[in-house]
Design a protein. Sequence first.
Length: 284
Amino acid sequence: METTWRAVAVTAVAPIAWGATYVVTRHLLPADAPLWGAALRALPAGLLLWLLARRMPRGAWWWKAPVLGALNFGGFCVLVYVAAQLLPSSVAASIMALAPLALAGLAWPLLRQGPTTRWALGSVLGIAGVVLIVGLGTEGVAPAGVVASAIALLSSSLGAILTTRWRDDTPLLATTSWQLTAGGIALVVVAAVVEGAPPRVDATGVAAYTGIAVVATALAFVCWFTGLRLLPAGTVGLIGLLNPVTGVVLGVLVGGESLGIGQIIGILAVLAAIAVARPPRTRA
């Protein structure tokens, strides 16, 4: 038996790494090429994991990997890009904070993981915490942006649930590498059509892209999918709320941003939500 706190800690690597990318992207990478930024994360990360796993897809994985790659990476990143162009960041972040509800809702019929009272309480605390952290803007809300953000949420949630449902004895590194590679190829095509040539960056930019690909993508998604194997999907969704928490905290520590009392309460609410929703134990 694996202690649940260890599983929570492994899973938390993913949203913490994703939250750290906000500061890196804002200060070290070009802001006018988000699709190329996503492509340069996913494809190198997929190839790196493939070099470690050294396995080609077999059987049904030839079609499962592209489907999961589109849901988890390709289509998701494109939709998030569209939402970012149309919505205030606070509204987009608040919509994505509904991930615990989406994951739990899909896990009920697809994984037979029913919601619990602990999870329901944790969800209320977690979503309220994110709203306090990012604020909830009401001006300039475009319906198309809301739709794009909601579809992105459902896409990533369905991809996470299907990744768990379709798992077999294939090593996790291999299945993650196939997803990232398939999604990365799709992103390269979309980025080339929409944004043209890849952006030019200096040595610092190359180092930033490398760090994001290795840590915030390859390592992060291995930890994320590991969490989906060890913990209920709804609990994993709540752990994902550490993403905006990390972004805000690093913005204060590195970017010199201020932290209000509402944000402090929101951070404490998210941490309390994870503690409340944590199941007693899970099988390794």
